[in-house]
Design a protein around this ligand. Sequence first.
Ligand SMILES: Nc1ncnc2c1ncn2[C@@H]1O[C@H](COP(=O)(O)OP(=O)(O)O)[C@@H](O)[C@H]1O
Ligand SMILES: [Mg+2]
Length: 398
Amino acid sequence: MTERLRVENLYKVFSKSPDPALRMLAAGAKKSEVLAKTGMVVGLNDVSLSVPSGAIYMVMGLSGSGKSTLARCINRLNEPSAGRILLDGRDIVAAGEAELRDIRRKRISMVFQHFALLPNRTVAENTEFGLKLQGVSPQARRRRAEEVLSIVGLARWGNHYPHELSGGMRQRVGLARALATDADVLIMDEAFSALDPLIRTEMQDELLRLQRTLKKTILFITHDFQEALKLGTRIAIMADGELVREGTPQSIVLEPGSDYVAAFTREVDRSRLFDARWAMTPVQPVPLAAGLCLAETADGGGLVLDDGGHVVGALDADTLRGLRDTAGLGTGGLGTLRKEFVTVRECDSLLDAARAHRAGRPMAVVDEDGRLTGTLAADRILAGIASAPPHPAGGLHA
Ligand SMILES: Nc1ncnc2c1ncn2[C@@H]1O[C@H](COP(=O)(O)OP(=O)(O)O)[C@@H](O)[C@H]1O
Ligand SMILES: [Mg+2]
């Protein structure tokens, strides 16, 4: 994936003359030491990260860890004290007034926790606000507003006022407004944090659904680790202005790397976080006869595939051994094919795999086209749920 946004050695010290603090930080001092010695508050301490195009990149951390400061530095609502922020390779920190205005209007949109809707403007007027700033004509911006309102499920609400909407609906307006300008980077700062749990879950699902078609690059800020796991392509975890851990949700749960991060991972439901692909044993089918192939399973049996890689039947261990002994692996022996096997998709969770499991039946893991890519034995499912990596070296991209 190409990189859309890159943060390099970013520092933010809340002071007009941050140099003494920056020197301390460069020498390895922590936020608390800098505060004690200089009285200056450190917002960011040497943060570097890379956001791939099309990712939902989660920035997670406790309150005060610097998440909003990072978000605000990226569109320069906060002025970075040192470091670079590259948007498609161009340094935002070095951008002049005009370029900055352009970036804020067209390239990066913000969605805030508290909606920030204008109370005496209608939903449609709020939605088209950014377009108005861009100088888009009234008809064109109304058309666009209606378009994005219908994307977020608010068609026909355009003429209502914010106070007539529920919290969830207001946040949808916030999202619609961010989408209206067609910026390819969205920064969502605790955008769902103020919502009731049910509405919040609904908005998370909605965002995932929208993102499948929108394919924006989203920097999503949250203090909720579950939300980070659910939405994130990657997660960056912050503490005291520093980035302390970065990786895929799965890799962070498996290897937190510190007690601070481990504390977040303790309550995680691993059966939903890890999928069949992650826990499966990849297959290496060997030719059988008559265009068929055999993929062995861990119990000594095998799955029989047609020439398209689709499973057509299963052989138990005894039958397979018998066929081998009598060299009967040709078409003749295939009369003994059992049909009883279970199929799960690579993207199915281990919870789904556990539910699909049937004693004595091999489990086939198939790709989007239904082709066999692996097998999944019960002990692998369990090991995966308990988060003992089933394949020490494989399948996991930190
Ligand atoms: N404008 C400001 N002036 C001084 N200190 C600030 C300012 N904004 C944020 N901070 C401080 O910077 C640190 C990070 O804050 P923030 O980025 O808002 O954290 P988060 O969003 O993770 O809760 C905190 O210690 C906070 O008090
Ligand atoms: Mg914040």
